[in-house]
Design a protein around this ligand. Structure first.
Ligand code: NAD
Length: 456
């Protein structure tokens, strides 16, 4: 069964908590950013906010015990103005259409901000990988991709890994698409593939590595008092998956002290610094980091509030809200996950001088190297790791410079506006790095939208 809805979509967000509702969050942030963008007309605003296409598929899969279960999958293509849409596919029990729509929107701004020729998309299947076998996951993936049909493609919409999907999932996606479209180079249809199937050197580590590059550049600009370098910084990371585990390793290699880490079971802390090799070995043996000898066990909620210099949420959204923002003790928060800090929490953190580097900048390393993988696949080439990392670093440094420069300019505009249009500017709030990043991204997509014009 396949049902496809062309936009506009219904209001999906009316019953939920506004602080945690991803669609309301995106709308609020867009409204704040658009205050600083000239000539955004109503029709253009609507075009930029409403997803181009939302897809909901429901399909049966036979489980290993012979029973049949229905699964629900989503793919939302938010915008394709800059190029084919791009975005991860996640497998998680909490996947929903609303969340997928909001994350697709975020991908549009992320690609625009780091200046890659992609639009935004996101997808997911409602399932719990911890209860499924590899065979079941393979069948779910193949059926989901078959249901998506011509909605994905190397030059239309290109999936990638996300929560609880990995290079193996991407290999199945490639294979399924290739079986249905034989006789051509289909490698660019999906990124994050295994290396020998056209994956890029450095893709698996790209999001965590990107976090490190962004942190280095941000700190070099003296935005955080007495914290100019990663070396010696005390770091806490929530999540020990593809992003969190890589970030931990790379920040350690850059001289940081990783004092806390967690997974879905809970967190561990060691003031003198964790031995990451021991953490990895323990996680492999026990399925969790919790219980590693010589560490203090704490909850994820306690971990987020634990004193440190740099906090990296690298797991789920909505981790820092008005419930805990006034208890956060980090000085810099790098959003490796998407939407981990709510807009209301942003304001509280800003008042307390805590700098938040927004998701569309902090975790953009993944989509940048996905873009490099797509380029390599199109050229039938394989770049050396050094080349990939060099390009990634340059792209992210440039994006950080652009965002910080724009943030400084917006701060001036805000100060001046306060003396003239006080009530309106009070609603907009003091600009932060998130608003600056969004202004840059929305401006880029808006400009190209107007250049292209409406079809027909
Ligand atoms: P992953 O599935 O590899 O790892 C997820 C980790 O989060 C695991 O360690 C898991 O135990 C932990 N976790 C799950 N639920 C948790 C909870 N309630 N509390 C604490 N920890 C929990 O996923 P990933 O690819 O590392 O992605 C992590 C985040 O980064 C996601 O929000 C994803 O959207 C975002 N992200 C990923 C990429 C990428 O390239 N993989 C790119 C950009 C953003």
């Amino acid at each position: 069964m396949v049902s496809q809805t062309e936009t506009p979509v219904a209001d999906l967000s009316s019953d939920s908590d506004p602080e945690r509702d991803p669609i309301i969050i995106n709308q609020q942030l867009f409204n704040r950013a658009s205050f600083y963008i000239q000539d955004l007309k109503t029709g253009l605003i609507e075009f930029l906010m409403v997803p181009k296409k939302t897809i909901h598929v429901a399909f049966p899969v036979e489980l290993d015990d012979g029973t049949v279960r229905m699964f629900h999958g989503y793919r939302v293509i938010h915008n394709r103005v800059l190029g084919p849409s791009k975005g991860g596919i996640r497998y998680h029990p909490e996947v929903s259409l609303e969340d997928t729509m909001a994350l697709a929107n975020l991908m549009t701004w992320k690609c625009a901000l780091v200046d890659i020729p992609f639009g935004g998309a996101k997808g997911g299947v409602v399932c719990d990988v911890k209860t499924l076998t590899q065979g079941e996951l393979r069948r779910i993936t193949r059926r989901f991709i078959t249901e998506l049909g011509e909605d994905i493609g190397p030059y239309t919409d290109i999936p990638a890994p996300d929560l609880y999907t990995n290079a193996q999932t991407m290999a199945w996606i490639y294979d399924t698409y290739d079986m249905l479209h034989p006789g051509r180079n289909n490698r660019p249809v999906v990124t994050g593939k295994p290396l020998d199937l056209g994956g890029s050197e450095g893709r698996q580590e790209a999001t965590g590595r990107g976090c490190l590059y962004v942190a280095e550049r941000i700190l070099s600009k003296q935005l955080v008092p007495n914290l100019d370098v990663v070396e010696g910084a005390r770091v806490i990371i929530q999540g020990f998956g593809k992003v969190g585990a890589t970030a931990a390793e790379l920040f350690r290699d850059a001289g940081a002290i990783i004092i806390g880490i967690s997974d879905s079971h809970g967190g561990i802390v060691r003031e003198a610094g964790l031995d990451l090799d021991a953490v990895v070995a323990y996680k492999e043996a026990h399925g969790t980091v919790v219980g590693l000898p010589d560490t203090l066990t704490i909850t994820n909620e306690e971990l987020i509030k634990y004193p440190c210099d740099i906090l990296i949420p690298a797991a789920m959204g909505n981790q820092i809200t008005t419930d805990n923002a006034d208890q956060i003790k980090a000085r810099l928060i790098l959003e490796a996950a998407n939407h981990p800090v709510s807009p209301a929490a942003d304001a509280l953190l800003q008042k307390r001088g805590i700098v938040v580097v927004p998701d569309i900048l902090a975790n953009a390393g993944g989509v940048i190297v996905s873009y490099y993988e797509w380029v390599q696949n199109n050229q039938n080439e394989a770049w050396e790791l050094d080349v990939v990392n060099y390009k990634l670093r340059g792209k992210l440094f440039k994006a950080v410079d652009t965002v910080v420069e724009r943030w400084r300019a917006l701060t001036q505009i805000h100060l001046q506006a306060q003396t003239t249009t006080e009530s309106e500017i009070d609603d907009v709030g003091v600009p932060d790095l998130r608003i600056a990043a969004l202004v840059v991204a929305v401006e880029r997509v808006a400009t190209v939208t107007l250049e292209r014009g409406i079809w027909p």
